[in-house]
Write a protein that binds this ligand. Structure first.
Ligand code: 5GP
Ligand code: ZN
Length: 135
């Protein structure tokens, strides 16, 4: 994708703060970080989102995330860590090249990577389950 910023960053055409790289992935520091160390796992090949990325590449991204997260825990001393992956603008995706957020969390970071729980009835939950898996 010639006009995709993450393709250019992942393939080294645009400089980035790279914290990990292998033949298929580059992991960079997010330039608008939620917390200290917030990073993005970028596949070097272009896939828009979860629906496009092949299973093997997704598994590779998870493997890289685990390795980077373990390193962050040791080096940054974070107290927790969120993996976040947005698909579609309705879900908050702003760059349409698959990326996995690694967000180290600190007890005092005052961030809110949460949702407001709703209260569906038991019948509504069953109806949703039936819609997804079939009755
Ligand atoms: P999304 O909302 O699509 O899941 O996340 C996009 C992320 O990419 C945001 O956290 C944003 O700060 C980050 N981002 C967008 N453009 C750039 C860029 O050019 N360089 C870097 N390092 N991060 C970027
Ligand atoms: Zn791309």
């Amino acid at each position: 994708m010639s006009d995709c910023i993450f393709c250019k960053i992942a393939n080294g055409e645009i400089p980035s703060n790279t914290i990990y790289e292998n033949s298929d992935f580059r992991v960079i520091l997010d330039n608008g970080p939620a917390t200290k160390g917030h990073a993005l796992v970028l596949p070097k090949a272009h896939y828009a989102d979860l629906f496009e990325i092949p299973e093997e590449t997704l598994a590779g991204a998870a493997k890289v995330a685990k390795e980077v997260a373990s390193n962050m825990k040791e080096k940054l001393g974070c107290d927790g860590l969120n993996l976040v992956q947005n698909n579609g603008s309705a879900a908050g995706q702003t760059v349409m090249h698959f990326h996995l957020h690694i967000i180290p969390r600190y007890s005092n970071d005052c961030q809110h990577i949460l949702w407001k729980p709703t209260q569906p009835s038991a019948e509504e939950l069953v109806a949703i389950k039936n819609t997804i898996v079939g009755e």
